[in-house]
Design a protein around this ligand. Structure first.
Ligand SMILES: [Zn+2]
Length: 295
């Protein structure tokens, strides 16, 4: 649960979207957007947006444009993942009138005008921090190792093409580089660490001033998400699977009678984003299955 009073006193030019701010630098450059609180109970991104707003008000944006926004306002206030619908499934072709579909439509112009998106999340179950991107091969993808988090998830099962329901996939389809920063377990947010990672990335992208030679890239380990497992009516995990848990080929991960059938790994894999029972939504992602990408 977050009190957003301090955000109501931000003195930056209005941009016509509630809880979204934009700050141009002195020189031309890239437009970078940082989102926090797309899931309202993942507070790490809200804290980081607050910190970036301070720097924006202090006139620290050097080059390009820095845009920051809070995601699901009502959910942030209530400390919930979402109110009616998962906002990070609403960037596709929403037709409904839910709080989240309305918010996704508000944020879309911001995302369409983005060269690089950093969307900050926390995981439901304990996890190391890692990156996700639907399009790491983008011309600006060379920034990824400089964020300092060596694990990257990508692939068809991470974000299917055609209906970009996730913020990062939406930016990718609009021509930008979409990056999700999973900051680790939402109950143990590593705000300072992730703040530093994002600051380094913003220096490398020219937004903030800083000594680029002091920021060293990490060796990336890339995971190919080959299966986005969707929950059916009677979907049930066979175990309380954890993030990055390794499963050999032939493992029965979940049963889903009358739904999409049994979920069995066809090759040695890892499990990502396994939803707890309370967070399973029929028709939505139950987990992602990934394999190590050959170097
Ligand atoms: Zn999230």
């Amino acid at each position: 649960m977050k009190n957003l009073n301090s955000f109501d006193q931000v003195e930056l030019p209005e941009m016509g979207i509630p809880y979204a701010w934009k700050c141009p630098g002195k020189e031309k450059g890239l437009t970078v957007t940082v989102l926090g609180g797309v899931h309202g109970n993942e507070t790490v991104g809200v804290d980081i947006v607050q910190n970036l707003l301070l720097k924006m008000m202090q006139g620290k944006v050097q080059q390009g444009v820095l845009q920051v926004a809070l995601g699901n306002i009502e959910a942030i206030k209530q400390g919930k993942r979402f109110i009616e619908k998962d906002l990070n499934r609403c960037f596709g072709h929403p037709k409904g009138k839910s709080i989240e579909e309305i918010r996704a439509n508000q944020l879309k112009p911001l995302l369409m005008d983005t060269d690089v998106l950093l969307d900050i999340h926390g995981t439901i179950k304990p996890s190391k921090a890692f990156l996700g991107s639907p399009n790491p091969d983008h011309k600006l993808g060379s920034i990824l190792p400089y964020i300092g988090l060596p694990t990257l998830i990508t692939g068809e099962g991470y974000a299917a093409k055609g209906n970009p329901i996730y913020s990062d996939a939406f930016v990718a389809e609009a021509g930008g580089l979409g990056i999700t920063i999973e900051a680790g377990w939402l109950e143990d947010p590593k705000v300072m660490q992730i703040q530093k990672n994002i600051h380094d990335a913003l220096v490398m992208l020219g937004i903030f001033e800083g000594d680029k030679s002091k920021i060293t890239p990490v060796d990336m380990q890339i995971w190919d998400a080959y299966w986005n497992v969707i929950a059916g009516e009677n979907f049930e995990f066979t175990k309380d699977w954890q993030n990055f848990q390794e499963v050999p080929a032939g493992t029965l991960i979940a049963t889903d009678p009358e739904g999409n059938g049994d979920v069995v790994t066809s090759q040695d894999s890892i499990i990502l984003f396994p939803k707890s029972k309370a967070n399973l939504v029929v028709g939505n992602e139950a987990c992602i299955i990934a394999r190590k990408k050959a170097a």
